[in-house]
Ligand binder design. Structure first.
Ligand code: SF4
Length: 210
C-alpha cells in the first residue's frame, strides 16, 4: 500500500467522517464564521454567530454598517476591530463586485479583504464542494510532524500536501488532519500512544530514538 493511502486510511480509522465544525447556513455565513475563527476556537465562534446572523444574514445587511455597530456581536472572539473591518469590507466588495454573492473560485475569494489563501480554500471546499487543502495551524503542525511536509510556510505545505495526496481526497485530508491536530496530535502533548500513525511518523520515531 502506498504511503499516502496508508496515512489517509489510518486517519479515517481515527476520525469518523470529520466535517467543518463551524455552524453556518449559507456561503456568506461560512465566510463570516471563518473570518471570525482566526485566533479563536470554532466553539466560541458558534456561540456568537446565532445572534450575529439573526441580525445580519447577508452581505447587503453588513456592507453599510460602521464597525461600532458590528463589534458588539463579535467582541468575544478577539481581534474584533480587525475582524469587523474585514467583514464589512468583504461585504462591501461582495455587494459591489459579486452581486452580493460569495464567489466560488479561490482566485476571486482571495480578492476579498480578510480572505487569505487558507480562508479561500475552506470556503471553496466546504461551501462549494471544491477540492482544496486549507493549511491552518493544525494541518501545518501535523503534516510536518508526520513528515509528509517539510517546508516552512503554509503555502508551500499546501503544495506539498497537494502532491502527496490525490486531488480527490484533498478536502477530506484537510478535515482529517485538522481533527487529528485537535484531538490526538495536539500542539503541546500529542497522544502518540493512541495514534495509528505512529509507525509512519517522523516525530514519533525521533522521540523513540532520543
Ligand atoms: S505519532 Fe504522535 S506526533 Fe505523530 S502524528 Fe501521531 S500523535 Fe502526532
Amino acid at each position: 500500500m502506498e504511503k499516502n493511502v496508508r496515512i489517509i486510511s489510518a486517519l479515517r480509522k481515527m476520525h469518523d467522517n470529520p466535517v467543518c465544525e463551524l455552524n453556518y447556513s449559507s456561503p456568506f455565513e461560512l465566510l463570516v464564521a471563518v473570518i471570525l475563527s482566526a485566533q479563536c476556537t470554532d466553539k466560541r465562534v458558534n456561540l456568537i454567530t446565532p445572534a450575529l446572523f439573526e441580525a445580519f444574514s447577508c452581505a447587503k445587511d453588513i456592507a453599510n454598517l460602521n464597525a461600532d455597530e458590528l463589534i458588539p456581536y463579535i467582541k468575544s472572539c478577539g481581534f474584533y476591530n480587525n475582524k469587523a473591518k474585514s467583514i464589512i469590507s468583504a461585504s462591501k466588495a461582495l455587494v459591489e463586485r459579486f452581486n452580493g454573492k460569495v464567489p466560488a473560485t479561490i482566485e476571486e475569494l482571495t480578492t476579498l479583504d480578510g480572505v487569505g489563501r487558507k480562508t479561500a480554500n475552506v470556503i471553496y471546499s466546504v461551501a462549494f464542494g471544491g477540492n482544496a487543502i486549507a493549511v491552518d495551524t493544525h494541518v501545518f503542525r501535523v503534516s510536518r510532524r508526520i513528515g509528509i511536509a517539510k517546508t516552512n510556510t503554509a503555502d508551500s505545505v499546501e503544495r506539498e500536501l497537494q502532491q502527496f495526496f490525490p486531488e480527490a481526497v484533498w478536502s477530506e485530508a484537510h478535515h482529517l488532519l485538522i481533527h487529528h491536530g485537535r484531538y490526538i496530535c495536539m500542539a503541546r502533548k500529542p497522544v502518540c500512544s493512541e495514534c495509528l500513525l505512529n509507525k509512519e511518523c517522523e516525530y514519533y520515531s525521533r522521540k523513540e530514538n532520543e
